[in-house]
Design a protein around this ligand. Structure first.
Ligand SMILES: *Cc1c(COP(=O)(O)O)cnc(C)c1O
Length: 392
């Protein structure tokens, strides 16, 4: 006999998954309906409408792929790229590297434009690459690089990419529902995201959006999309009026996404962005008041994910282990070249609240004190609260 499932209670303030909103958990407990039931078709339609609102777009093809954020990444590359196509990818962290891997597997000729982990990709460097190589089909960057906490500016980059007649593709996994995505305003041709970051739903769906221009590129492909499961030309027909059966939508996950989006839209998109900025900024002020250094310069820092440098003589693993054991608090470690050098603290979606800022700062103070790290007791909380007073 196995015991009943009883996972520990955690506060998930790492790079994802983040805590799921209680109402989203409740929504998932609803009974199933068939995936072609008129009631479910209505739910799919509403989910698409809500997605358009949160993505800030009117793109018709705005739907949720079955799979996590990485499935969204793979969807865009596998559909927009054909063997031999030339693509430019900005690499300033792990997820840029992953895009390079995925695009290469699609048979693309990949040109990498690199920056150090913690910096943005300078638009001029992308322009240099576009000048040097003709016939570039698409340019892709990560909007919120979760491995470093960098926020990539998009507006100028989009103009450059379109000047050279390429498609502009963005990873918005940690952006959607956390910071403005402005798909239409910035003329982003295609973007993908995931449910487990700022949407505060479990991992399992990958919302994607494609501009009419990107849809046109898809329609004009010479070869069939090599992935049957992620072939948007068929998936589109499942999500639109035709309701052409492709694969069974993960019903409960669609419930969760609809509820997560509903909560965001009801709170108001601008208010949601403000909340992330306010509490993310407060956490950052608190960390700095403890004498800790942040990886990213203020100008390019994300609010929903903060990379903080691990002080000398403090054990990365020990601190994270103590936070988990003593407080049930999960924060993330560094990846790749930043392994052992940074912690990553997320304040995403439902977690972007005052109580989580206070809790994380207090828990970190306690555990850092155990490690012999010196700082002024209570300064973090005071700085965080001052930040909130000044910015509310
Ligand atoms: C989390 C993340 C992904 C991958 O999403 P999964 O849900 O883990 O597949 C891709 N890109 C970025 C920027 C992410 O933060």
């Amino acid at each position: 006999m196995y015991k009943e499932l009883n996972p520990p209670r955690r506060i998930l303030m790492g790079p994802g998954p983040s805590d799921v909103h209680p109402k989203v958990l409740q929504a998932m407990a609803n009974p199933l309906v068939g995936h072609l039931d008129p009631a479910f078709l209505e739910i799919m339609n509403e989910t698409m409408d809500l997605l358009r609102h949160v993505y800030q777009t009117e793109n018709k093809v705005t739907l949720a792929m079955s799979g996590t954020g990485s499935a969204g990444m793979e969807t865009l590359f596998v559909n927009l790229v054909e063997p031999g196509d030339r693509v430019i990818i900005g690499v300033n962290g792990l997820f840029g590297q992953r895009m390079v891997d995925v695009a290469s597997r699609c048979g693309a000729e990949v040109i990498q434009v690199e920056a150090s982990w913690g910096d943005i990709i300078e638009p001029e460097k992308i322009e240099d690459a576009l000048k040097k190589h003709n016939n570039v089909k698409l340019v892709a960057v990560v909007h919120s690089e979760t491995s470093t906490g960098v926020r990539q500016p998009l507006e100028e980059l989009s103009e450059i990419v379109h000047k050279y007649d390429a498609l502009f593709v963005c990873d918005m996994v940690t952006s959607l529902g956390g910071i403005p995505t402005k798909i239409d305003e910035y003329k982003i041709d295609a973007a993908y995201s995931g449910t487990q970051k700022c949407l505060s739903a479990p991992p399992g769906l990958a919302p994607v959006t494609l501009s009419p221009r990107a849809v046109d590129v898809l329609a004009k492909r010479k070869n069939k999309v090599q992935s049957w499961y992620l072939d948007l030309s068929m998936i589109q027909n499942y999500w639109n009026e035709e309701r052409f059966y492709h694969h069974t939508a993960p019903i409960s996950m669609v419930y969760s996404l609809r509820e997560a989006l509903r909560l965001i839209v009801n709170e108001g998109l601008e208010q949601v962005f403000k909340r992330h900025a306010l509490y993310g900024g407060a956490l950052q002020a608190g960390l700095e008041a403890m004498g800790l250094e942040l990886l990213v310069s203020e100008k390019h820092r994300l609010h929903q994910l903060t990379a903080v440098q691990i002080p000398a003589n403090v054990s990365d693993l020990e601190v994270r282990k103590r936070l988990l054991e003593k407080y049930g608090l999960e924060i993330g470690g560094g990846l790749g070249v930043l392994k052992g050098k940074i912690w990553r603290i997320g304040l995403m979606g439902y977690n972007a609240r005052h109580e989580n800022v206070v809790f994380a700062l207090a828990a970190l103070e306690d555990v850092l004190r155990e490690q012999g790290y010196h700082f002024i007791s209570g300064a973090a909380l005071e700085a965080a609260n001052r930040y909130i007073r000044d910015h509310e």
